[in-house]
Ligand binder design. Structure first.
Ligand code: ZN
Length: 117
C-alpha cells in the first residue's frame, strides 16, 4: 500500500496525501503527531487567525511541531503507530530524528526533553 508523509512530523504512514495540489486537506489524523490536516492548523496552534491562509500553513506546521516535540513527542495513536518506534508512549528519539530529517529540518532548532535521562 502506498503511504504518504506527514508534513508536520515526517511520519511516512498516511493513507492519503495531507493536502492535494489545491490545498484541500484530507482531514486524516496523523497517528504519530496527531495533527489533523484541515483542522489542527486552525485549532491547535495560535497564530492569530480564525482560518489560516494557505501561505501561513507552513508556519502552523512549525509551531505545532515545536509544541509537540517540546511536550515530549507523544505518540498520537499508539495502536496505529509502529510499536518498534515507540517507547513509553513516545516516539523513540532515533525515530523522531529520522522523521525530522525526512522533512529536511535543521535539528538544532529543537529541544528534546528528558529522553534517556
Ligand atoms: Zn505527523
Amino acid at each position: 500500500m502506498k503511504t504518504y508523509m506527514c508534513p508536520v512530523c515526517g511520519y511516512d504512514g498516511l493513507e492519503e496525501e495531507a493536502y492535494d495540489n489545491n490545498f484541500n486537506p484530507s482531514y486524516e489524523i496523523c497517528s504519530c503527531c496527531r495533527f489533523e490536516y484541515g483542522y489542527s492548523e486552525d485549532h491547535n496552534v495560535d497564530l492569530g487567525y480564525i482560518v489560516i491562509p494557505n501561505e501561513m500553513r507552513e508556519a502552523a506546521f512549525q509551531l505545532y511541531r515545536k509544541q509537540w516535540i517540546e511536550e515530549g513527542a507523544e505518540v498520537g495513536h499508539p495502536e496505529y503507530y509502529p510499536k518498534e518506534f515507540q517507547e513509553k508512549g513516545k516516539v523513540k528519539q532515533e525515530m523522531l530524528i529520522k522523521q525530522l530529517k525526512r522533512l529536511d529540518l535543521p535539528l538544532d532548532n529543537f529541544t528534546f526533553l528528558d529522553y534517556d535521562s
